[in-house]
Design a protein around this ligand. Structure first.
Ligand SMILES: [Zn+2]
Length: 426
């Protein structure tokens, strides 16, 4: 009896351990925190061999870098503080993740752990099947570079319009995909019986594209936990990957992205050069009118509105600011977490991003009566764990952002942004 138990325990251990195999180690890599405004720092941050994890609204940057690269760079060393050994940080995360998976599947709740590509795909399919007529599962909006399909999930009815969410565009930001699943589940099954959920579902259809970067995401489970880009083999370079969130067809390559394939913000050879970008752009454009859209990221706890490419206010700045500020209030009311609402460029310039594209000219040109209010939301946390957010924070992150999503939807149902190309319509 004991022997049988031991064997099954061992099998469980092996099968769970097989869920995660990392090949890339981060020896000699450290995470440092530096002020962005001091002399020499601007050039330093633009180097293609530094990996900027985040910039705070008050001007600090968390940077992953090889120790050897900063030896002798006096200015940097005097201004920055070391906050972690990267290998140690990743190992801690792996231990946490493994211990959750080892609790045994029976009592394990779906939203208490992170999941692989295949599991996520099946989960959305099943969610739609159980939901019935109000939901739709699209098995593929197109394939990735390595041939993985990108599914979509819909829930609600588009009396006013649609709301589009895309998740996991940056591979290492695991909380993005997990939060989208929490929100999709809550909207579909409404376990708390919230009146507001049934109310918004009468007016809008939510669209989720849960796996925008499936190849990169799988690679974070099988190779490099801290991978960000897709898995493009760049011609003429040994470096892999295009930053999909610099590859959208909106002011592409107009600052805040890199032409170096080795950079974490490499924008690709042309606007929408990547299949993952093309698939999401065309799905968005064939599903209009979309009244609001969010690209879900981590980390930093921010709600970013247009623009990233210019300092100029967008024509809808007043309304977009109000929506962002109110989402931030709703989030705070749940667990007291602060998500800063601001213009995207207030953090740093970016171009070719998904959220500028949602609101921008290309997407608006085919969006019927409305223009999509486009946002980037940076989820938890503010730097204690960064991309390595413990699984126990999935549900709280989901809960506070569900509150924000309901506010977002209701405000846009009440007052959708008219399409300037069809200004005679509401
Ligand atoms: Zn991101």
């Amino acid at each position: 009896m004991l022997k049988v138990f031991l064997i099954s325990a061992l099998l469980l251990l092996t099968s769970q351990a097989a869920k995660y195999q990392r090949t890339v180690k981060y020896d000699n890599e450290i995470l440092i925190r530096c002020p962005t405004g001091v002399e020499g720092m601007k050039e330093f941050l633009q180097r293609d061999d530094v990996d900027v994890w985040r910039v705070t609204p008050d001007g600090l940057a968390d940077i992953r870098i090889n120790k050897n690269l900063i030896q002798g760079t006096d200015i940097i060393l005097k201004q920055c503080t070391t906050i972690a050994d990267v290998e140690e940080l990743v190992q801690q995360f792996e231990n946490m993740t493994a211990s959750v998976r080892l609790h045994g599947q029976a009592q394990q709740e779906w939203h208490e752990e992170y999941h692989r590509y295949d599991e996520i795909y099946d989960w959305y399919k099943e969610l739609a099947e159980q939901c019935g007529e109000r939901c739709q599962f699209n098995s593929s909006i197109g394939g990735s570079l390595e041939g993985r399909v990108m599914p979509a999930f819909h829930v609600g009815s588009p009396a006013v319009g649609k709301i589009y969410f895309q998740c996991q565009i940056h591979a290492r930001e695991w909380i993005s995909g997990a939060t989208c699943m929490y929100i999709a589940d809550s909207l579909t099954n409404n376990p708390e019986g919230l009146d507001m959920i049934s109310k918004v579902l009468d007016d809008v259809e939510f669209i989720f594209v849960p796996l925008v970067n499936p190849d990169g995401y799988e690679y974070t489970w099988t190779g490099d936990r801290l991978w960000r880009k897709n898995r493009r083999e760049n011609s003429g370079s040994a470096c892999i990957g295009v930053d999909l969130n610099r590859n959208y067809n909106d002011h592409w390559n107009e600052g805040g992205s890199s032409s170096n394939p080795c950079s974490e913000t490499y924008h690709g050879v042309s606007a929408a050069s990547e299949p993952e970008t093309q698939n999401t752009q065309s799905y968005f454009k064939t599903n209009g009118p979309i009244i609001g859209a969010i690209d879900w990221h981590s980390y930093s706890q921010l709600i970013l509105r247009p623009y990233g490419w210019t300092n100029q206010d967008s024509p809808d700045e007043t309304q977009l600011k109000e929506i962002g500020d109110e989402m931030s209030e709703k989030i705070k009311a749940v667990f007291g977490e602060t998500y800063t609402s601001q213009k995207s460029i207030g953090l740093y310039p970016t171009s070719g991003t998904a959220s500028d594209w949602f609101y921008g000219e290309d997407a608006t040109s085919t969006n019927g009566a409305y223009r999509a209010a486009g946002y980037t939301v940076e989820l938890r946390d503010t730097g204690s764990y960064g991309f390595l957010l413990p699984p126990e924070q999935i549900i709280p992150t989901g809960m506070e952002n569900l509150a924000a999503v309901l506010e977002f939807a209701q405000r846009l149902i009440d007052d959708p942004i008219p399409n300037p190309n069809n200004s005679h319509k509401k």
